[in-house]
Design a protein around this ligand. Structure first.
Ligand code: HGY
Ligand code: MN
Ligand code: MN
Length: 416
């Protein structure tokens, strides 16, 4: 079968999707359950329907678009990713996997391929942690990795609950209903930009992901004593921000000294109360992101961070409290899928290499309920989560072509 990707149309669709944003182009901001998220969903559901796919949406907004096959083999082959975007992000993170997955299906349809298994595109809700502080909310729920009761307790910064926000966005039904029945997918393959510079550095077109790093996120609240910036002398102070600063450096040190370059730790959020230049900070909330390809090492870094925080608390007479938001295991990709991706690359003379994913993805949770694999394409300079994030139409087309070939191999051909 001859597979021809419609690169122009795909690029037009990516460009259009990028316009549903709170930020000014080229930046993209599209937070889950925002007006822009809603508009993007409407646009995408229209594209899915136009491709003749059966569209359904679950109680948290995960959107399924199925190429249904008469008496399909048990378990569909899934593909997809997310379309929410963190503040001041780019236009390719996640969207390449949703629109690229759609184009892979359309490419197979155009080629006359008839699958033995249904093939389904999945757009996950809330992959980014922006709204609720935890990433992969949609895939955690549908893979049974997050209990509905725990999800129902999630609140955004304004104190709005998940149930309130999803209800306002039009997503009804019990969260329990989002859990996929066992065997729903036989395989799941996600196309995504690398969000790193390895492929570009080595001049390769495709990364075949072998494992996905283990993410953890932690909130640390440091409390001291507020007061007048002019009146309170230094020896009397219990300055929460000065303590937080020591903790931030301890976080960096813990990752640097873990013994492996695969350990990363970031303090991405720092909220200072009361936040006035002439008032001593009485409370600081830090948001941490700690990852490693190895679970034990990652957890060791979390322990050293807590030990350092306790030391700072004692030496500066501050109270330091910790809230672990998530600490997930890494995912190992299925050799069946990594081999299918490599065979698809070879068939189309596309260069490739195996690699680890340092970013987390919804496939991390899909690995709990199906065999998973990921196809990476290069992004310029390895840049991501920034407005200058970029993937070329040529690289995107190569990713879609390899994805289409892989989906066909996993779904099996009815013509055979
Ligand atoms: O943070 C991540 O790894 C993903 O891009 N949300
Ligand atoms: Mn992201
Ligand atoms: Mn992503």
């Amino acid at each position: 079968m001859e597979l021809i990707v419609d690169t122009e149309r795909l690029q037009r669709e990516l460009d259009r999707l990028a316009t549903f944003s709170e930020a000014t182009a080229p930046a993209v901001t599209r937070v889950v359950f925002s007006e822009q998220d809603h508009e993007a969903r409407q646009y995408l559901k229209g594209l899915f329907a136009a491709a003749g796919l059966e569209v359904r949406v679950d109680a948290v907004g995960n959107t399924f678009a199925r190429w249904a096959v008469e008496d399909s083999l048990p378990g569909a082959v899934g593909t997809g990713s997310h379309t929410d975007a963190i503040p001041n992000a780019g236009m390719y993170d996640g969207t390449v996997g949703v629109l690229g997955g759609l184009e892979a299906i359309r490419t197979l349809q155009r080629s006359g391929f008839r699958p033995r298994r249904s093939i389904e595109l999945l757009m996950f809700t809330s992959e980014e942690p922006t709204r609720f502080g935890i990433g992969c909310l949609g895939s955690r729920l549908l893979s049974g990795s997050l209990a509905p009761e725990a999800a129902a307790k999630l609140k955004d910064r304004e104190g709005c609950t998940l149930d309130l926000l999803r209800g306002k966005a039009g997503f009804q039904g019990e969260l329990l209903g989002t859990v996929l029945p066992s065997g729903y997918y036989s395989h799941f393959v996600e196309l995504h930009i690398e969000q790193g510079a390895l492929l570009e550095r080595e001049g390769l077109a495709i990364g075949i992901v072998t494992s996905i790093a283990a993410p953890a996120s932690l909130r640390i609240v440091i409390e001291g004593e507020g007061g007048h910036a002019g009146a309170v002398l230094m020896p009397q102070r219990r300055d929460a921000l000065a303590g937080a600063a020591e903790i931030v450096l301890a976080v960096e040190r813990a990752a640097r000294e873990s013994g492996a370059v695969d350990t990363v730790a970031t303090v991405g959020l720092c909220e200072v109360f009361p936040g006035a230049v002439n008032s001593i900070p009485s409370r600081v909330t830090l948001g941490l992101d700690v990852r490693d390809t190895e679970l034990k090492r990652r957890d060791g870094v979390l322990q050293s961070i807590v030990a350092a925080g306790d030391e700072v608390g004692a030496s500066r007479r501050l109270t330091v409290r910790y809230e672990l938001l998530n600490a997930d295991a890494p995912a190992v990709c299925s050799p069946v899928i990594t081999q299918a991706i490599a065979a698809a690359c070879d068939q189309h003379h596309v260069s490739h290499r195996p690699m680890v994913s340092r970013a987390y993805h919804d496939s991390l949770f899909m690995s709990r309920v199906a065999e998973v694999g990921m196809v990476f394409i290069p992004c310029r300079g390895g840049v991501s989560h920034r407005p200058d994030e970029y993937a070329s139409p040529k690289d995107i087309a190569a990713g879609v072509l390899v994805l289409a070939e892989t989906l066909a191999a996993l779904a099996g051909s009815a013509a055979a």
